[in-house]
Design a protein around this ligand. Structure first.
Ligand SMILES: O=P(O)(O)O[C@H]1O[C@H](CO)[C@@H](O)[C@H]1O
Ligand SMILES: O=c1cc[nH]c(=O)[nH]1
Length: 239
């Protein structure tokens, strides 16, 4: 057991999917995994382990924002020896060509968080995805014909910014595809613990058009992203 995960050693698979929303974790486990077993209910941050195409896979909610994700990912890496972490999140599109429900593979993640400033004073660490995982997911996604974008994203600390802030415009000008709230910390921790990591996102709303999806849609309808990740990781384990 770790402080925020009440699982025994061995309860959690080497491969873990990480939605921010714990209800999305429950949905993924109950919809896509065979024989899902719930190993964590602490704070309602559900964690499940089951199999997909015969491969053992876990799914763990992380909550919203980098401080919350950092707790779960630290514990997964330090106490449960997890090897591969894939965030399956939602995001807001920042470019006109990125449409609602498109899928983004985050090659790298800029951040407004202070977490890496504390780790690396006077240095700007570049949080990046594991190339092999990114490449295999891209190949699987394009073979499926999914609308996929690969590039740089923004991991923001605050969902609600001051009304007079125009900081987003600079990120838009520099080609950032979308904004979410966790990937930079995931990639940084994976680097520290020599694990593989990728952040896959479904566009839930658009800062360009102001379209948005409902909470229920964000919980239960991002099936293309989920099967893309499950098919990619299970194929590489079987091969
Ligand atoms: O849908 P999830 O995975 O939680 O991701 C996004 O949604 C939350 C904000 O609504 C933040 O956690 C953001 O990163
Ligand atoms: O963090 C997030 C997630 C979805 N949409 C946003 O605008 N921000």
């Amino acid at each position: 057991m770790s402080t925020h995960i009440n699982a025994k050693l061995g309860d959690i698979a080497d491969i873990v999917l990480l939605p921010g929303d714990p209800m999305r974790a429950k949905y993924i486990a109950e919809t896509f995994l065979e024989k899902p077993q719930c190993y964590n209910t602490v704070r309602g941050m559900f964690g499940y382990t089951g199999t997909y195409n015969g491969v053992r896979i876990s799914v763990q909610g992380t909550g919203m924002g980098m401080p919350s994700l950092s707790i779960y990912v630290n514990e997964l890496l330090r106490f449960y020896d997890v090897k591969t972490l894939i965030r399956v999140g939602s995001c807001g599109a920042m470019q006109p060509e990125v449409k609602i429900r498109d899928i983004i593979l985050a090659q790298a993640a800029c951040t407004t968080s202070n977490m890496n400033n504390r780790r690396f004073p006077n240095t700007s660490f570049a949080p990046i995805a594991t190339f092999d995982l990114l490449y295999r997911t891209y190949q699987e996604g394009t073979a499926k014909g999914y609308p996929i974008h690969v590039g740089n994203i923004l991991s923001e600390d605050s969902f609600y910014d001051d009304a007079n802030s125009n900081r987003n415009q600079q990120f838009i000008d520099y080609g950032i595809l979308a904004v979410e709230m966790e990937a930079a910390e995931l990639y940084t921790l994976a680097a520290k613990y020599h694990a593989d990591a990728l952040c896959v996102l479904t566009v839930s709303d658009s800062l360009v058009t102001s379209e948005e999806t409902s909470a229920e849609e964000r919980e239960k309808t991002f099936n293309e992203m989920i099967t893309l990740v499950l098919d990619t990781v299970s194929a590489s384990e079987i091969a």
